[in-house]
Design a protein around this ligand. Structure first.
Ligand code: FMN
Length: 530
């Protein structure tokens, strides 16, 4: 095994929560010292985006078949709408003197380590260059002006992570959460694009160095120490209106010879705890340029949803449930099957994912119509079925229970207490209709390419984003769960090595609203500015 793979596997083991002790994190949290959730670059030209809040016609169910959605023209309003629906604010919450923003993309602890950039190459509605999106103001800060107008090839979206934002609260495990958040952000970008009749193409070949060059993240003097951004991925947005091929080489040359502006404001002056292991794993999981094979699952008919809401409404209403009604009536079976069917690689939501799935679901069913409570599995490929059968407890029965989806019954029994205990004793895992663990094909993947550690978490985040929106469409609500006792989950399933590892949990049920919280409009504050 090479050194980088060893570093990544060590990081993973070291950051496991265990029943007897949690992964290393700060001993105390100073809420006054929370890193600023909104990054600004001072000294840049600001492009104010048209007023947020536009509703589009496509229904959420239309996104099952994106080809039927008429592509919107590429202009400033629609580029802004894409950013808003993917990464913009969805509401403010207020409790007493505390007020906090929620966004269309979720984030562990609402800390939002993901930053988004728009790159324009020779479009007539905005100068060609690199722009940082400020979700709070719904504006763009121009970081780079390309020296020459590049051949017109639409827009790209780049993502990066500020690990410190997450590590401030979660310590060493934070690097994992940053990767989940990137996966959610990709999912959010996919739904936003599909609503506009556009699609997302992951430029997965690019190395991290190339992404850093493009987004200006390697301009170390522009960032305060410990507050730098780490490159994640660049995506091309296909607007289906004479999309021309992208010349990555001339784009990177344009960035290198372009004029750069702005300095990142400090997120917070004081860094009480330091977590050097995060820099170590980030370095070991750094991605080189790669050749990526083209892979695409054959699209299959999806189970129909009865949701009649528009896609923009569902996207903006997405929230995490803080509490569930443990006495809810059972979730209709068709809704359950629809949600699980939606995370299969054969759906439109996974069209952007260019690789065979490596993440499979183990589901604790608590309250689903027509299903005995117990443990179930959803292998997301036929290939994985046998491998999972071989790796799990011999007494699981692996009886297929549904025609429409590859759902297998493993064990009957009330799993509420187990689910709650495994998810760091959180009642959201037991008071729901079902909760689940996302199990990844792990050690072999990392040994072949250590940077794929991140991609496994991204795949989990993408699945999580689909579940969040599907839950809203089914009239219930979801919550991502990053806190769980890793090896206890593996023990329950019978894994005796790290061929498979559980990388993310999720729960869905009937939410209980906290009536003490006031909800305020997402961009009401923009009206206050004279
Ligand atoms: C990767 C990830 C892990 C999360 N883990 C937990 C968790 O363990 N427990 C919990 O109550 N919420 C968890 N959440 C939910 C977040 O706290 C929530 O997304 C955040 O507060 C923002 O709220 P919103 O989702 O309503 O926009 C998680 C979310 C994500 C994306």
């Amino acid at each position: 095994m090479n050194k980088q793979a060893e570093t990544v596997l060590n990081y993973h083991n070291r950051t496991k929560h265990r029943l007897e002790r949690y992964a290393k994190g700060p001993e105390s949290i100073d809420w006054e010292d929370q890193p600023n959730q909104f990054r600004h670059f001072s000294g840049c030209e600001i492009v104010t985006l048209p007023k947020p809040g536009t509703e589009l016609e496509p229904l959420f169910v239309d996104l099952d078949c994106p080809a039927i959605i008429q592509a919107e023209p590429l202009n400033l309003a629609n580029a802004g709408l894409l950013l808003e629906l993917a990464f913009g604010l969805s509401a403010w919450k207020q409790y007493g003197p505390s007020r906090w923003a929620l966004r269309c993309n979720p984030s562990s602890g609402n800390l939002h380590p993901t930053e988004a950039y728009l790159i324009s190459t020779g479009n007539d509605f905005i100068k060609s260059g690199v722009y940082h999106y400020v979700s709070h103001d719904h504006s763009l800060e121009q970081r780079c002006q390309f020296s020459n107008n590049l051949p017109e090839s639409g827009i790209l979206i780049g993502l990066s992570s500020i690990h410190w934002r997450e590590a401030w609260k979660y310590g060493e495990r934070a690097y994992r959460y940053c990767q989940h958040d990137t996966g959610h952000a990709l999912g959010a970008l996919r739904y936003a694009s599909a609503t506009l009749g556009w699609s997302v193409e992951l430029l997965a070949e690019w190395s991290d160095d190339d992404i850093a060059n493009l987004l200006g993240l390697n301009r170390t003097d522009d960032f305060k120490q410990l507050e730098q951004e780490t490159p994640d991925i660049v995506c091309r947005i296909n607007t289906h209106a004479n999309d021309k091929p992208l010349n990555s080489k001339s784009l990177l040359e344009g960035t290198l010879s372009g004029s750069w502006f702005g300095l990142a404001d400090s997120l917070r002056a004081y860094h009480m705890y330091k977590w050097p292991i995060i820099d170590e794993v980030a370095f070991a999981a750094c991605k080189p340029h790669t050749e990526e094979h083209v892979w695409q699952a054959v699209r299959r008919q999806v189970i129909k949803s009865s949701c009649t809401k528009s896609a923009t409404e569902i996207i903006r209403q997405r929230r995490s449930a803080q509490q569930f009604d443990g006495r809810m009536s059972a979730l209709p079976q068709t809704n359950f099957y629809r949600m699980l069917g939606a995370v299969l690689p054969t759906t439109a939501a996974f069209e952007l994912w260019r690789w065979p799935p490596k993440v499979h679901l183990f589901i604790f069913v608590h309250r689903v119509e027509g299903l005995t409570p117990g443990l179930y599995a959803l292998p997301r490929t036929q290939d994985a079925l046998e491998k999972l059968q071989a790796a799990t407890l011999a007494d699981f029965d692996w009886q297929k229970v549904a025609e429409e989806i590859p759902l297998y019954h493993l064990y009957s029994g009330d799993c509420r207490q187990i689910a709650k205990t495994l998810s760091c004793h959180q009642p959201i895992a037991s008071d729901s209709a079902f909760s689940l663990g996302m199990v990844a094909e792990f050690s072999e993947t990392i040994e072949i390419a250590p940077w794929q550690y991140r991609r496994l978490f991204w795949e989990c985040g993408l699945i999580g984003q689909v579940l969040y929106l599907e839950a809203e469409a089914a009239g219930v609500r979801g919550t991502g769960i990053g806190c769980y006792f890793d090896d206890s989950v593996h023990e329950i399933l019978g894994f005796d090595d790290d061929k498979f590892q559980s990388l993310y949990h999720f729960t869905v049920g009937k939410p209980l609203e906290d009536k003490r919280l006031e909800t305020l409009p997402a961009y009401g504050h923009l009206n206050d500015v004279v």
